[in-house]
Structure formats: structure tokens, C-alpha cells
Write a protein of this length. Structure first.
Length: 227
């Protein structure tokens, strides 16, 4: 595994769990608003040794409940499935953050009961998905397959959209709603420019716009919340 970082404690990122966060390198998307640009484009050597990571987990038993695996895109890693199995063998719950572009690996993990929580990004309405993901072409059927599997197989899950003024309008949220119709939870995350984004010159939506988008989505999803 290409491990680029470790946050040893989070009380926010894994619902109802005391967890750590481990970051993987590399992603198949290039979302201009991504705040982890270095993780997305960096396929060089990892900064966290895998065996040291598992030694850390052994030392934190009874103090941590879970591990958040994020990126980058964790499912891009060729050995992510055995890596997650090993975390489970250590007695930890696992939350996966994913862009949904690797449905086959996701299915393997869900079928095995290896994931306790899945958070999948929904970038935009189908017709603007590739543009928002920062790539020229995109197989949207892979996104739909992952979404369907998560809704039917994941013990708990959320969908989430980072809202950027330059990429999202009210009409897009009708399209997003049609994709996630019937889902339990969808979070809207206001874009923040903290430096380190893949592209510059982007701005967050207003509070009024976010509330409007949440209202549109609420016709499709059980619970819509703004982060």
C-alpha cells in the first residue's frame, strides 16, 4: 500500500467511532477543487511504512474503534483488499472514503462484510460529472454500480457533494437527486480554498445557494445536511 499520511485520532470522521485516518496516494480523478492535491498526483514512495502502521494499530487496541481509509482514492491501490482484511483481523471497524470508480473492488469488500461505513462522493449531475472530476472521459455506469451496491449492501453509508460555485447550479441538484434517489444520507460540503487545491480561482457557494440546493435534494433523499 502507498500510505502517504496518518492522523492518529479523529472523533469526527467515522460516525460513533474513535478512529484514526490513513491516507493513500494517487487518484484517477483530478477534481479542480480537491484539497488533497499532493495525495492525488503523488505516486512516489509512501511516507508511512505499512508494518509501522499495523504496529500502531496493535498498540492502540481498546483505545481506537476504527480506521478511516481515505485518499486520494484508496481503491486505486492494487493491494487495498488484503490491506482492509488485515485491518479487520486486528479487530477494527473500517470506513472507506471513495470516488466510486472501482465497483468491482468495492463489491468484493462489501460481499465479504469488510466495510462498516462507506462515504462516496457524488461529484455532480451526470452530464457534468467528467468536467467536475477534472477528466476528459468517464464511464458513468461505474459510478451508478457503486452507488447501487452501497445502498443495498453497506451496513451504513453516506453520499456527499463538495459544492463549488463555478461547477454547481440549482439544476445540477435535480440531476444529482435522480442519481441518489432513495438514499438515506447526503451531505453538502461547502468548498473551502485553503491552498493546495488542484486549480485556483474557485469560490464557495453562498449560504442561500447551499440551502436552496439542500432543499432540492430533500425531495430525493431522506436526510440532507450541510457541512
Amino acid at each position: 500500500m502507498l500510505l502517504k499520511g496518518l492522523n492518529k485520532l479523529t472523533l469526527l470522521d467515522f460516525p460513533d467511532k474513535i478512529a484514526c485516518i490513513v491516507f493513500t496516494g494517487g487518484c484517477d480523478f483530478r477534481c479542480p477543487f480537491c484539497q488533497n492535491a499532493a495525495l492525488v498526483t503523488d505516486f512516489d514512495d509512501g511516507m508511512v511504512d505499512e508494518e509501522e502502521f499495523f504496529a500502531f494499530l496493535k498498540a492502540r487496541k481498546n483505545r481506537l474503534d476504527g480506521v478511516v481509509l481515505t485518499g486520494g482514492e484508496p481503491l486505486l491501490q492494487p493491494d487495498v483488499v488484503p490491506f482492509i482484511y488485515r485491518i479487520r483481523e486486528e479487530g477494527y471497524s473500517v470506513k472507506l472514503d471513495t470516488n466510486g470508480y472501482h465497483p468491482d473492488k468495492l463489491k468484493t469488500l462489501l460481499d465479504a462484510g469488510a466495510l462498516d461505513y462507506v462515504a462516496m462522493d457524488i461529484k455532480n449531475s451526470p452530464e457534468k460529472y467528467a468536467e467536475t472530476a477534472g477528466i476528459k472521459e468517464l464511464d458513468f455506469s461505474r459510478i451508478l454500480r457503486s452507488k447501487d451496491m452501497i445502498m443495498s449492501l453497506a451496513p451504513d453509508y453516506e453520499f456527499r457533494t463538495t459544492v463549488v460555485k463555478e461547477f454547481h447550479t440549482a439544476s445540477d441538484f435535480y440531476g444529482i437527486g435522480s442519481v441518489v434517489k432513495g438514499a438515506g444520507k447526503h451531505y453538502l460540503q461547502r468548498f473551502r480554498d485553503e491552498g493546495g487545491n488542484i486549480a485556483g480561482g474557485l469560490t464557495p457557494p453562498s449560504e442561500q445557494e447551499l440551502n436552496e440546493y439542500a432543499s432540492i435534494l430533500s425531495d430525493f433523499v431522506e436526510s440532507v445536511q450541510i457541512r
